[in-house]
Design a protein around this ligand. Structure first.
Ligand SMILES: [Zn+2]
Length: 388
């Protein structure tokens, strides 16, 4: 009887303590800059024509849930599937830029395009969501630096050098290497991005491309949505040596929430999916190709039903690991919401972010540390590369 009463009182105390930490976490999360350096919501805007001004019944991101989760700055990735040939990939990128513009025009009081660090601070200060635009895959410039420069003029601030497949000038981590890293033209792309104030993103590239990029870049780079290979041995994740090299470069890794990036068993499943995805080659163009992509998206969403084994605590463990290896100044958030097959329990959508902040508080992180992780570090890179 006595033992039952003691257990009950311990459980009660634990619940009170959890409640206090979550109250503190929600307060902190509401006040952080809240940068998430990768999500795939722009694809939903284009293909499904979703209205993110309202709470959507599905997916992980919309304006109400961004506000609830304390994510006030979102990198919207324009991703043309790897099977889009160069010119089609350029068209697709412009279509996504247009879909994004419709959101800016419809909700000017809620979301705004940010093209500098100062813009981000002002927009968040105005209680709006700051949208940072990015391109996910160097194939989307169709081997033409003029296209890259025009993307920058359209307000696109970053580009991932490859997506899932190796391209004409860079090897991907999830495809056969074709060039042993970055070609001479690939190095030119990196230097041009440095020159025009675009952030080089090394998520998705092969290890050799990663090191070649660090050598070619005179500016800090980001891995916008990658996690730790020590937790899940998938080629998309960063080794400890890569984390140290990124820290030396002054860059930041945004931790990816995909269950497969945080848990080895989920990771093995992810490898199979990527291998299948890389064989798709519809040999279509124009509207027929877009219809094919829409069908693929439906198939992908249907496939996303099952939950993984990872939990929100695994995200905190990955952040912890990066802090230990690279330091507190080189870690951020890169959820990959609306783009991954399964998410950790507890982080089912962006509104749940305070749970992660609570986990960090319980691990001894201070409010100042959390401000760095939740945007301060990534803002520093934006300021250094894009400008203030
Ligand atoms: Zn990606």
């Amino acid at each position: 009887m006595l033992r039952t009463r003691m257990t009950a009182s311990l459980l009660f105390m634990a619940a009170v303590c959890h409640g206090q930490i979550m109250e503190q976490a929600r307060r902190i999360q509401a006040g952080v800059l809240g940068i998430d350096s990768h999500n795939d919501t722009a694809q939903r805007l284009l293909i499904e024509n979703v209205d993110i001004g309202n709470r959507l019944p599905d997916g992980q991101v919309d304006l109400p849930r961004l506000r609830a989760g304390g994510i006030h700055v979102l990198f919207f990735a324009f991703c043309a599937p790897d099977y889009y040939p160069g010119p089609e990939a350029v068209r697709r990128t412009l279509d996504m830029r247009d879909a994004m513009q419709k959101v800016f025009d419809k909700y000017p009081d809620q979301i705004e395009l940010a093209t500098s660090a100062r813009d981000i601070e002002r927009i968040v200060g105005d209680k709006k969501i700051a949208a940072v635009l990015t391109v996910e895959g160097g194939n989307q410039i169709d081997n033409d630096l003029a296209v890259l420069r025009m993307y920058r003029k359209l307000g696109i601030l970053s580009m991932t050098l490859t997506h899932f497949r190796s391209i004409d000038w860079a090897d991907s981590s999830t495809d056969e290497p074709k060039h042993n890293g970055l070609t001479e033209f690939g190095k030119q792309v990196v230097r041009e991005m440095n020159a025009i104030g675009m952030i080089v993103d090394v998520s998705h590239v092969s290890d050799k491309t990663f090191y070649d990029t660090l050598e070619a870049s005179s500016k800090p780079v980001i891995a916008s949505h990658s996690s730790c290979r020590s937790m899940s041995d998938v080629p998309r994740n960063m080794t400890d040596d890569m984390l140290r090299a990124l820290a030396k470069n002054g860059g930041v890794v945004g931790v990816n929430f995909a269950s497969g990036f945080l848990n080895q068993e989920d990771g093995n499943d992810l490898k199979t999916r990527i291998a299948r995805r890389n064989t798709i080659d519809p040999k279509l163009s124009g509207a027929e190709l877009d219809q094919f992509a829409a069908n693929e998206m439906d198939r992908k969403l249907a496939d996303h039903a099952q939950a993984g084994l990872a939990t929100f605590e695994d995200v905190a463990t990955c952040i912890d690991h990066i802090v230990k290896v690279a330091g507190i100044d080189h870690v951020g958030i890169g959820s990959d919401f609306d783009g991954v097959p399964s998410l950790p329990r507890g982080l089912e959508d962006v509104s749940k972010m305070p749970l992660l902040t609570g986990a960090l508080l319980r691990r001894g992180y201070t409010e100042q540390d959390i401000q760095k992780i939740m945007g301060g570090n990534t803002l520093r890179v934006i300021r250094e590369v894009v400008g203030y």
